[in-house]
Ligand binder design. Structure first.
Ligand SMILES: Cc1ncc(COP(=O)(O)O)c(C=O)c1O
Length: 388
């Protein structure tokens, strides 16, 4: 199997650990164990009870139930818990796709959602989210791409990196189009509960039995390093994923499962804190972008904690991002990681002061590049930073 380099992961390896400021990641600030334990009421006695036994292939009963009750219809038999949603993406594609299958993918998109199908030898058809259209998803366009030959449609809304999403009506239209040809729908809902102007979308796997809905604790809940993701799908499909999992990670650690279960049972607490902050941060980004309107053009996100703006006066955006990291200590992600080299991915889910500092550093580099103004934007007043 030949698989393309995951450019985004390579970039993270280069700069995530070596810069002081992260304004490139797609998640929110992660919690420490101490913060998490106090927020979700996890006591050491519960942790001490964990025995390092094997765990079931689809996840411990309590964890599956917690996932099903929070995000599904309460039926744990439709849940498989995995090592991040990355693992389930890998299993789903290897279980269900074969060389020559036609697969519709979003463009741009998170690399795994496309590169794994590509490595299997599938024929990819690109459903483009265009900057010129304000990244508004065009359902008529995807309907044209879906044919009786389509084996799978892979989408992620709210979308990384653009922050685009669908309306309820658009989601229904998409499900109708996919079910009309009996293709699989992979619905990556990594950012499901991070929305700004609308309610989270419903889970399409509840109405379409060839839909696999993916979720993760990595994005909205500040638990990226816990490495817990899941999918909802028909038990028959889960069996096919388990068949492959027997050759990869087998199951999750029971320690991780205990922490994850309790975090999910109290997910509202975690989410509220991080979503409140994301809203505040977005208002700061908005001001910064207004100040830099001649340098940067953007589309306001409807969900997630990233935007995908275009740098208007920078000839080599990759070089700009390298300089920002090496000389100014701040990391954004170059759009080339999503094959759109005029853009950057800017993440606003982190601590507010870190975001402000990172934006000032970027202002300095933009000013240096343009040779004109270096003055940082003047935030009218210091924002109220939530206590948490
Ligand atoms: C859309 C999307 N899906 C899946 C993942 C994988 O996340 P994890 O394996 O941490 O759940 C990411 C990570 O950035 C993502 O952006």
């Amino acid at each position: 199997m030949e698989i393309l380099t995951a450019q985004l992961e390579q970039w993270m390896r280069d700069y995530y650990f070596s810069t002081d400021i992260d304004i490139g990641s797609s998640g929110v600030e992660n919690f420490s164990m101490a913060e998490l334990r106090s927020l979700i009421g996890l006591d050491t006695a519960t942790i001490d009870k964990v025995a390092f036994n094997d765990s079931p292939s689809c996840g411990a009963d309590g964890l599956r139930r917690a996932i099903a009750e929070r995000w599904g219809d309460g039926d744990p038999e439709r849940v498989m818990a995995t090592h991040g949603s990355s693992e389930i993406i890998f299993l789903v594609m290897h279980a269900l796709l074969r060389r020559g299958d036609e697969v519709v993918v979003l463009d741009p998109c998170y690399h795994a959602l496309r590169n794994i199908a590509d490595s299997i030898g599938c024929e990819l058809k690109h459903w483009k989210l265009r900057f010129e259209d304000n990244f508004v998803a065009d359902i008529a366009a995807v309907k044209k791409l879906i044919t009786p030959r389509t084996r799978m449609v892979v989408v992620n809304f709210p979308h990384n990196p653009t922050g685009a999403t669908l309306t309820h009506e658009q989601l229904e239209e998409l499900v109708d189009a996919v079910s009309a040809v009996q293709a699989y729908l992979v619905w990556d809902s990594a950012f499901a509960e991070l929305t700004y102007d609308s309610e989270p979308l419903p889970d399409p796997s509840l109405v379409y039995n060839r839909c696999i809905t993916l979720g993760t604790l990595s994005k909205g809940y500040g638990l990226a390093g816990l490495r817990v993701g899941w999918c909802f799908a028909e038990p028959g499909l889960l069996n096919q994923f388990v068949h492959l999992r027997d050759y990869t990670t087998l199951y999750l650690s029971p320690l991780v499962e205990v922490v994850a279960q309790q975090a999910i049972e109290r997910a509202d607490v975690l989410l509220r804190m991080r979503l409140d902050r994301a809203r505040l941060n977005l208002s700061i980004v908005n001001k910064w972008l207004a100040y830099h309107k001649d340098d940067v053009r953007w589309v306001r996100p409807r969900g997630g904690v990233t935007i995908f703006p275009k740098l208007l006066r920078i000839d080599d955006v990759d070089q700009f991002c390298h300089r920002l990291a090496r000389e100014y200590g701040a990391m954004v992600v170059p759009g080339s990681c999503f094959e759109q080299p005029w853009h950057i991915r800017l993440g606003f889910g982190g601590p507010t002061l870190e975001l402000q500092d990172g934006l000032l550093r970027m202002s300095a580099l933009l000013g240096a590049g343009a040779g004109e103004r270096i003055a940082p934007p003047n935030y009218d007043s210091q924002p109220q930073i939530p206590a948490h």
